[in-house]
Design a protein around this ligand. Sequence first.
Ligand code: 5GP
Ligand code: ZN
Length: 118
Amino acid sequence: MDCLFCSIIKGEIPSKKVYEDDVCYAFLDINPQAPVHCLVVPKEHIESADKITEENAPIIAHIFSVIPKIAKIAGLTVGFRIVKGYRVVTNVGEHGCQSVKHLHFHILAGKQLSDRMA
Ligand code: 5GP
Ligand code: ZN
């Protein structure tokens, strides 16, 4: 299966690594939409949040348990100390504007983000 983020996880495509453990990989977004913009992906290929099940939910729980740490490291990686919060977003499908079909959580920080969700 041809998947951009699976290739990034395997190191076949270079990325700026922020964090890695057995379950997930985090790296800087190539086209940042905020001073800090990091993506967190499960190492197991899951298409989107719409494919979360009871079976793979522990992966998602793990990712959220390390997001506070990843957010801090992502900030430091780009020379920014996150003190005023951040946003965690996942886009799902066409109407959700998901462009890469491998579940990923955006971590955005480093400026006052919009109060609009859509
Ligand atoms: P989506 O639109 O699917 O929610 O988010 C996909 C994200 O992946 C976008 O923010 C885009 O900038 C990022 N992206 C796409 N291709 C690459 C790549 O090759 N490397 C990195 N680091 N980010 C990418
Ligand atoms: Zn994948």
